[in-house]
Design a protein around this ligand. Structure first.
Ligand code: ZN
Length: 116
């Protein structure tokens, strides 16, 4: 038997403040920004390095004629074989004739045990 006390990579939990699904290893919630102080007394909110290998932003504008257009923002995650791991609708809404919406996606990577 090997002693395994650290968090398992990819484990999730529910943020007690905003109820979002977040990483169990997160020191603070990436959505509501609340600092989550659970368990490890020595946790330093600024000590876990995070990289962002993917950041995409695009603006979609109504063509200017016709009725309002509805949109659905879908997020899919696939593994290395193409198998679907998760699929979520993260937002829906409408764009009227004079409006536009900007959509942003960020993928943040960090170690579940913090810096080495
Ligand atoms: Zn939260």
């Amino acid at each position: 038997m090997k002693p395994s006390r650290g968090p398992v990579a990819g484990e999730s939990r529910t943020c007690p403040h905003c109820k979002a699904t977040i990483l169990k290893s997160a020191v603070s919630c990436p959505l509501c920004q609340h600092v989550l102080r659970f368990g490890s007394a020595g946790a330093d909110p600024g000590s876990s390095p995070t990289t962002c290998p993917l950041a995409v932003q695009a603006t979609v504008q109504h063509a200017g004629t016709g009725d309002a257009l509805e949109y659905s923002v879908l997020m899919e995650v696939h593994d290395e074989t193409g198998k679907l791991i998760s699929r979520h609708a993260v937002g829906v809404g409408a764009i009227n004739r004079t409006e536009k919406r900007t959509f942003s996606v960020r993928v943040e990577l960090s170690s579940p045990v913090g810096p080495l």
